[in-house]
Design a protein around this ligand. Structure first.
Ligand SMILES: [Zn+2]
Length: 475
């Protein structure tokens, strides 16, 4: 007898099927009618989809933030002030730590030192922007860090403060991740792809696997950083390859993450032409040849590479670095917010995966983004339709905690350009392809891993989530 049957549903892309049968961790049948099984999930007429696979998250950061001050979605400065004061009043810790503020909530697009000093006068405070590319510190935090300045820290500079924030223990991080996994399960997500820090995160994930607690699969990207001698880089890869040996269907690695630039909002994304009203154009974080050489070395040793690139100049640099890569490597560019039109067709031609996050294009988030780029460049933003039309493969995700872990919000924005079929494809088979896992994940078919979301698409509700044949969430 089968271990699990999902009945009375509509099987995605199988219009003549209404049931899925699972034995152990795999799908053993798709069809119609009654099935005997140890456990039966009644889909109640909802869709039976391959579970969502978020191709770009910062899972630990997001999981930690579930218990921190959260300013995401607040568009009014007065409300931000109220929430900071309230949180500081209710939490007695040595620091006030939070994240999520929108640039557009502040006149001029950035907060000030004076404001945070007024709101939190008695303790160090540090609050990160929604995209995690800009930090906001008060004077007490700056003093501890031995810094002076405006309290606004961009890109790598924010580490100057964050490394002084009291570290969480391993046990606290495990607890945070348990909460994060519950959120993922409730959203129909069976897999996430961690965009960086994988070498540090691996012990946490392994620990959850060893205690049998994993309800979420992960692919971990290890960091690839600029400014290294090629010899040191080679040694780093030796080390990564030691760590890489221990892989299974729950935890996998094999990909390196690099940042080619920052973000438009803080004018750190690398552009060909200056930002509006400025002579800044952002600067690429890697030398052109340096990135190419690092990718060539990764290629020679069988690694896949993903590069964060938002501005047109950074996107071109990433594509240039991938130009000589072996076919089938599936290197990826992450975000691709403002590409130059002449680079769009390169995704399809070169077999580079376009890893994009439709919620980033949400009009409520992009006011400062549009102002900085000006109407012409802004109008070419987030062209997932054009990339797909020219033969490029899309992989969708959220970038959680940059935006909420919400596939429905993502699909709503994605379908402004794509059909629902295409958008769900980018969230399932597309993201599986982006992690070389399309033979195991991303479709409802016999032999695939039983990672399934039972979803009411009209009401935007997840009825049940199944991962590896186990029901990990039921409404
Ligand atoms: Zn990210």
């Amino acid at each position: 007898m089968a271990s699990l049957a999902i009945v009375n549903g509509k099987v995605w892309q199988r219009p003549d099927s209404n049931a899925v049968v699972v034995d152990g961790e795999r799908i053993t049948g798709v069809g119609t009618g009654r099935v005997a099984a140890d456990r039966v999930v009644d889909a109640g007429g909802a869709w039976i989809l391959p579970a969502f696979n978020d191709a770009h998250v910062h899972f630990l950061m997001a999981s930690r933030s579930l218990s921190e001050l959260d300013l995401h979605g607040v568009e009014d400065q007065g409300e931000i002030e109220r929430r900071i004061v309230e949180y500081a009043g209710e939490h007695a810790g040595p620091w006030v730590v939070g994240r999520g503020w929108f640039y557009s909530a502040f006149a001029g697009g950035l907060p000030t030192l004076e404001l945070l000093d007024r709101l939190v006068p008695d303790r160090p405070a540090y609050i990160e922007s929604f995209d995690a590319h800009t930090g906001w510190a008060n004077s007490r935090a700056l003093t501890i860090a031995g810094l002076t300045g405006t309290g606004v820290l961009k890109e790598a500079a924010l580490r100057g403060v964050t490394r002084h924030i009291p570290r969480r223990t391993f046990a606290e991080d495990l607890d945070a991740m348990r909460s994060g996994m519950r959120v993922a399960a409730s959203r129909g997500i069976a897999s996430v792809q961690e965009a960086g820090d994988g070498q540090d995160l691996l012990p946490l994930w392994k620990s959850l696997r060893e205690s049998g607690e994993l309800t979420l699969r992960v692919r971990l990207a290890f960091d690839m950083t600029p400014g290294m001698e090629m010899r040191d880089w080679e040694r780093r890869l030796d080390l990564y390859e030691e760590m890489r040996r221990d892989q299974d269907p729950w935890i996998s690695t094999g990909i390196l993450k690099a940042f080619a630039d920052g973000v438009v909002e803080s004018m750190t994304a690398a552009l060909f032409e200056p930002y509006v009203g400025s002579d800044e154009r952002g600067s690429p974080l890697w030398g052109h040849d340096e990135l190419r050489e690092a990718v060539a070395m990764a290629d020679a040793r069988g690694w896949q590479v993903q590069v964060h690139a938002i501005g047109d100049a950074a996107i071109r640099q990433a594509l240039d670095a991938f130009e000589g890569s072996p076919p089938g490597r599936r290197h990826r560019v992450e975000h691709i917010e403002a590409p130059h039109p002449s680079d769009i067709a390169r995704f399809g031609r070169m077999g580079v995966v376009a890893s994009m996050q439709p919620q980033h294009a949400n009009p409520t988030l992009t006011e400062v983004w549009r102002r900085h780029l000006g109407p012409e460049r802004a109008a070419r933003g987030w062209p997932w339709r054009e990339i797909r039309n020219s033969g490029g493969r899309l992989a969708f995700g959220t970038d959680w905690p940059v935006v909420p872990l919400d596939p429905f919000a993502s699909l709503a924005l994605a379908t402004q350009q794509l059909s629902l079929d295409e958008a769900i494809g980018a969230w399932t088979s597309g993201s599986a392809y982006a992690e070389h896992a399309e033979t195991r994940k991303g479709e409802i078919r016999k032999g695939m891993l039983a990672d399934i979301a039972v979803v009411d698409l009209e009401e935007e509700r997840v009825r049940a989530t199944i991962v590896g044949g186990a029901v990990v969430y039921e409404e």
